[in-house]
Design a protein around this ligand. Structure first.
Ligand SMILES: [Zn+2]
Ligand SMILES: [Zn+2]
Length: 320
């Protein structure tokens, strides 16, 4: 082979590799956890930024903590911009709230004076709580576009319909909400986030079907099972709030390691045993003395399916 032919072959090969990489990237996600816990430490409560890899337009799934999480992300050099307030304004595209409990909304409410005009997406039952309990002038200034006057019109409520997919402006992301049961009759939400042919599933707080006497998780597992089988579903963010010693009457719509494994066992069966290919990101542990190591130990011991269980850290990026 002549030198020119060899060079040409190298160029063709490297362009092909670059293209394959590009295609891979357009299907991937960057997740930046802004808060990962389910209580106690108010600087680290449920909130996850999600973007298509390479994009700086993040959607914010729950908003328990924003500012401290962004400061941690800056320390970890995840943004060129150094100012957390500017990052919130410029790089958070919109908010998706699973349910209105304070550990999922406090960051949004408290940082609202600093923010710019954006969409808040949630089920009608969740928006009703924001409208009637938080952005009311009694609890906080009404930065939203409906409710108690004067209306400051910064945030626009977008009412989601369960099971209907919407495209998010200025991103390549699509989101489909599914209803979860979080102490009957209260609703929480799972968000299935799609980027082309890849998906992440984020669940807000949820009880197990057995304890809640519900079929919401079974219905969700049935919907996503084909994406587990095809490899399109990359990760499931799901809560474990308490260790196994918590009796059912003390769960208040949350999961333990035992209940999580029961539920994931059902999904694994529906997915032809392929669930071990999906990262299981455990969120929302409620801190108490030694609870977190105990929950991790109990999950490890109950992991007969060989699932890939990971623990998110505040301000540390995850790629899926
Ligand atoms: Zn919570
Ligand atoms: Zn909750």
């Amino acid at each position: 082979m002549k030198l020119t032919q060899i060079l040409l072959a190298i160029i063709v090969l490297s362009t092909t590799v670059a293209k394959a990489q590009q295609i891979k990237n357009t299907n991937s996600f960057t997740v930046i956890p802004l808060g990962v816990k389910g209580g106690l430490d108010e600087s680290n409560l449920s909130s996850y930024l999600v973007a298509a890899k390479g994009s700086e337009q993040f959607i914010c799934l729950d908003a328990g903590t924003i500012n401290t999480g962004l400061q941690k992300a800056v320390q970890n050099k995840l943004f060129i911009e150094k100012n957390a307030e500017i990052i919130q304004k410029k790089y958070i595209n919109s908010y998706f709230i699973s349910h209105a409990h304070l550990d999922h909304t406090a960051g949004l409410i408290l940082n609202s004076p600093n923010d710019i005009a954006k969409n808040i997406y949630a089920l009608p039952s969740v928006i009703d709580v924001l409208k009637s309990s938080y952005f009311t002038w009694k609890s906080w200034a009404n930065f939203a576009n409906e409710g108690d006057k004067p209306i400051l019109n910064k945030y626009s409520y977008n009412y989601l319909s369960a099971d209907s997919t919407i495209a998010i402006p200025n991103t390549s992301l699509k989101v489909t909400p599914y209803i979860l049961s979080h102490v009957k009759p209260y609703e929480s939400t799972a968000f299935l986030v799609g980027n082309n042919n890849s998906f992440l599933l984020y669940l807000g707080d949820t009880g197990s079907d057995t304890v809640e006497n519900s079929n919401k998780l079974k219905t969700l597992w049935t919907v996503v099972a084909n994406k587990v089988i095809s490899g399109a579903l990359k990760a499931i963010f799901i809560e474990v709030s308490f260790d196994n010693s918590m009796p059912n009457k003390g769960l208040f719509g949350h999961l333990t390691p035992k209940l999580l494994m029961q539920e994931l066992g059902i999904l694994n069966e529906l997915s032809a045993g392929k669930l071990k290919n999906v990262k299981i990101v455990v969120t929302h542990m409620k801190p108490c003395e030694n609870c977190e190591p105990l929950i991790m130990e109990q999950l490890k011991n109950a992991n007969n399916l060989g699932l890939n269980i990971v623990y998110p850290k505040q301000g540390v990026a995850m790629i899926f």
